[in-house]
Design a protein. Structure first.
Lengths: 105, 826
């Protein structure tokens, strides 16, 4: 399998994440969308790292290390985001992003 | 330093204090006068007393300096740095461009005049307390005479002609207000209408002179660039020297204009017409105007501008003065109104002063101004006292025998009359003799010009007439028997008894005040010893008051009315007044004022002599205080005009001639007066009738004041018969030249000037409407349009601001895609 397949999966996952962010009515799905986007990025990191080695471009672990970082970041982000969601729920009594429109002010 | 030495550091402040005190008093009085106890008279009178004390102290300093041979010319700006900078800029001063700064200028003449104003004004204040007691606008009256005094004090202290002019105008205003004092009081039926017109007449007539003065002043300023007297004198002297000892023509013209100011203010022919009518004001005002303030200002101006006057101007001045002296004196002999005699006498005496200046005797003129101020103030106040005592009767034919009832007034008036007539050892003699001497010196000294000769002949004649009419006044008023109601009088009541009971003229209330205040003068009443005979007594109260009644036929009027008029007397336990309500002596404040002025009128000519022995030798003029203090050198310093050299022994001869002439004319005048008027009323009427018959039409012409008033169209006719007319129609005809001119100007103003102004206004309005339209449609449209566009755009854009995070994210994503497409595809 070539690099293109990995990138295609990654792009698809990214697009799905974007769509989830933009159209889902529940903020939890939005968070899931974000996770999907992050994972799309991870696929790219790992894929490029793998194909870079096989092409004889050096033996570093940069790509994989970045992927691990992103996973850690995603965990931290999830914690913060869920806290925000909890507050939004307290404030608006809802988890629908369309109802949290205070930014309009 | 001797305490009488002038101390610039402190004395200028004192002078300033005495100058502003009347103004301070005026300000307080005008706001609070009505609410103050006694309506504020004590306040202003005491202020005036302080001011007077300062003026007298300062005057003493000037005399002390004169008798110690010191120069007495003080300027607050140069000596104490006290300036009032007006229209002043230090840049202009550095560049040498003219500025207008005023300061106090206090010289020997100023000192004498300042003291005269202070003393006379204080006496008038004091006198008014009694005289005006019943006046409705008592507080306003006091405020006004205070401001009048302030104006004159300021005029005397001015170091420049511009400030003199300012105070001069202020005085014009105050004379207007004071002459018109009764114009606010319709109950004073006669004076009301007369005063309304007289104050206008005075204001307009003097305005002619004021305009002349302004023109002359500006011409001098144009050439010399300064208003300051000292500077003007110096520059005039330099100008004359540059011009080869001759006065340039423009100085003659300007001098004539300045003299025009004097003609107006000092009532010289032909602008004298306002002064006799100024009697419409209350008597204390007349005393102020005739003695210390208004008319003296004109003469004082001559004293201040004397070095600016070319010989041609001086000839005109001398001729005008002499003519006025003679002219007014002749009218004075025909007047029957007590105050009118004095008014004409003032004009005549002012003529003497003006003539003296014109003849080169500026010291003599100023001296006469000072002595005249005292005895004329005394005469006027005495006349006021007589009028007051005779229940506001002013016609001398209705008086007579007043001497018995008013001994103090009589003594004061007699002393002043002797002074004005020119009897030796009385002040008027010294000054008047000096003027006649001056005329004769000119004639005998070889300076034989027309004006001097005219003056040398005419002034003694005027002096003779003066003595005559003044003693005529004394004989008619004070001698013989009291004869009220001899002729119909406009001054007393002639209305119904309702009017009387209310005190239309305040007669009866005056009577009240009299008897309530002062006990003197009642002895005479009591000595008549009549009982309470109302039937006999009551009508008599009205006898002199009733116009054209025989004075005894008033029984029908009933007693209730009379009771009011009489109970003041009854309360004092007097047993009635016999046949007539007798004149009564005036209250104490009035008498004090009279006595002070009479004393000064007698001794004002020669008090404080340098050398007693010489001063008693009354022909030694140079030993009166005035000539010691005021000389040409002390007045003008180095800028003094050179006195004419007298030829040979002309001076000595002139002394003898003048002395004998003065003595002769004075005694002649008195003798004639005695022969005609001193020997009983009936006989005097017989003789006077013969004389007037012999004179025929000439008498009528003189009696009608030579028709000057009519000639200039300013005659005032008060129609008494219309008194019953309650509406007080303006039956007073003033078709004065100035009034007619005013009407013509008013027409021009209304039709042409206003038309132009209106045209300009309409054009402006049309333009305004157009531009307003433009403003509304175009400018406002543009502004609104911008606003509308912004608003519309905003309302569209605000739709994007939904506050929804997902929408924002959508924009961001599509924006990012767009950018990516842009970067990739292009």
């Amino acid at each position: 399998m070539g690099l293109g397949a990995y990138i295609a999966v990654s792009a698809a996952l990214f697009a799905l994440g974007i769509v989830a962010i933009l159209v889902r009515r529940n903020v939890l799905y939005v968070l899931m969308g974000i996770e999907m986007i992050l994972n799309a990025a991870n696929i790219n990191f790992v894929a490029f790292d793998r194909f870079n080695q096989s092409a004889g471009g050096g033996g570093g672990l940069e790509g994989r290390m970045f992927a691990i970082f992103v996973i850690i970041l995603a965990a931290a982000e999830a914690a913060v985001a869920l806290a925000i969601v909890l507050n939004v729920f307290h404030l608006f009594n809802s988890v629908k992003p369309s109802e949290a429109d205070l930014l309009r002010e | 330093m001797h305490f009488l030495e002038f101390n610039p550091q402190q004395d200028f402040h004192l002078l300033f204090l005495s100058f502003v005190l009347p103004l301070v008093g005026y300000t307080i009085q005008i706001f609070f006068g009505k609410k103050l106890p006694r309506r504020g008279d004590w306040l202003l009178t005491s202020f005036m007393f302080v001011a007077m004390s300062i003026t007298v102290l300062m005057f003493a300093k000037s005399l002390w300096a004169a008798y110690h041979g010191q120069e007495f010319r003080h300027h607050s700006g140069h000596e104490a740095g006290l300036w009032f900078h007006w229209l002043y800029s230090s840049d202009a001063a550095a560049a040498g461009t003219p500025n207008v700064s005023a300061a106090i200028y206090y010289d020997s003449l100023g000192a004498a005049m300042y003291a005269v104003v202070g003393i006379v004004s204080f006496c008038v204040h004091l006198f008014s307390i009694g005289y005006m007691a019943q006046d409705k606008r008592y507080h306003i009256f006091f405020a006004n005479i205070s401001l009048f005094t302030f104006a004159m004090l300021g005029l005397v202290l001015s170091d420049n002609i511009l400030f003199l002019f300012i105070f001069w105008e202020l005085m014009g205003l105050m004379s207007y207000l004071l002459i018109g004092h009764f114009s606010h009081d319709p109950s004073q039926s006669y004076f009301h209408r007369w005063a309304t017109q007289a104050c206008k007449k005075a204001f307009l007539t003097t305005r002619v002179g004021d305009t002349c003065l302004l023109i002359g002043m500006v011409i001098f300023y144009q050439h010399f660039g300064t208003f300051n007297f000292t500077e003007l004198w110096r520059l005039a002297q330099e100008e004359v020297a540059r011009n080869g000892g001759q006065y340039p023509t423009w100085m003659t013209v300007a001098g004539l204009f300045v003299f025009g100011g004097t003609v107006g203010k000092s009532a010289q022919f032909p602008l004298h017409i306002w002064l006799p009518d100024a009697m419409a004001g209350p008597t204390p005002v007349s005393a102020m105007i005739h003695a210390a303030t208004m008319v003296a200002a004109g003469v004082f101006l001559l004293g201040r501008t004397y070095p600016l006057m070319s010989p041609e101007v001086l000839s005109v001045v001398a001729a005008t003065g002499t003519f006025t002296a003679l002219f007014a004196a002749s009218i004075g002999t025909t007047a029957n109104d007590l105050k009118a005699v004095l008014a004409w006498s003032t004009i005549s005496q002012l003529g003497f002063m003006v003539a003296a200046v014109g003849l080169g005797g500026v010291v003599a003129g100023m001296f006469h101004m000072v002595t005249h101020a005292f005895f004329k103030a005394c005469l006027f106040l005495s006349a006021g006292s007589v009028i007051h005592g005779c229940h506001h009767e002013q016609d001398m034919r209705n008086m007579g025998g007043v001497r018995k009832y008013m001994p103090v007034t009589f003594a004061c008036m007699l002393a002043s009359t002797i002074a004005i007539a020119g009897i030796p050892f009385f002040s008027g003699f010294y000054s008047k003799d000096m003027i006649i001497l001056r005329a004769w010196e000119n004639v005998l000294g070889g300076h034989f010009d027309g004006a001097s000769f005219f003056a040398a002949v005419a002034l003694p004649v005027a002096a003779c007439l003066t003595a005559f009419y003044m003693f005529r006044l004394i004989f008619m008023t004070f001698f013989g028997e009291y004869r009220p109601g001899t002729v119909p009088s406009p001054f007393a009541h002639h209305g119904g008894h309702d009017d009387h009971a209310h005190g239309d003229h305040g007669h009866d209330e005056h009577g009240h005040a009299e008897h309530a205040h002062a006990g003197h003068g009642h002895d005479e009443h009591a000595s008549h010893g009549h009982g309470h005979d109302h039937a006999k007594h009551a009508p008599a109260v009205h006898a002199h008051a009733a116009k054209a009644h025989d004075g005894h036929g008033h029984g029908a009027h009933g007693h209730a009315d009379h009771g009011h008029a009489d109970h003041g007397h009854a309360a004092h336990g007097h047993g009635g007044h016999g046949e007539h309500a007798k004149p009564h002596e005036s209250p104490l404040p009035m008498l004090i004022a009279l006595c002070v002025l009479a004393t000064l009128g007698v001794f004002g000519g020669h008090f404080w002599p340098a050398d007693l022995g010489h001063s008693l030798a009354f022909w030694h003029h140079a030993h009166t205080w005035f000539e010691t203090s005021v000389t040409l050198e002390s007045l003008y310093g180095a800028s003094a005009p050179i006195e004419r050299e007298l030829l040979g022994h002309a001076g000595h001869t002139a002394h003898i001639v003048a002395l004998s002439v003065s003595l002769t004319v004075a005694s002649l005048g008195i003798l004639i007066a005695y022969l005609i008027y001193g020997r009983g009323w009936e006989r005097s009427q017989r003789i006077a009738g013969k004389i007037t018959g012999a004179l025929g039409d000439i008498y009528g012409v003189i009696k009608n004041k030579y028709y000057v008033d009519e000639a200039v169209g300013c005659a005032i006719v008060v129609d008494l018969e219309a008194k019953g007319n309650k509406r007080y129609e303006p039956d007073v005809s003033v078709i004065g030249g100035s009034v007619a001119l005013g009407r013509a100007l008013s027409w021009v103003d209304k039709n042409i000037v206003d038309g132009l102004v209106n045209l300009v206004g309409r054009t402006g309005r049309a333009i305004g409407v157009g531009s307003s339209h433009f403003d509304r449609v175009v400018v406002d449209g543009a502004v609104n349009g911008v606003g509308l566009i912004t608003q519309t755009f905003g309302s569209v854009v605000r739709l994007l601001q939904s506050g929804r995070v997902q929408q924002y994210a959508t924009f961001a994503v599509f924006g990012g895609l767009f950018l990516a497409a842009w970067l990739i595809l292009l």
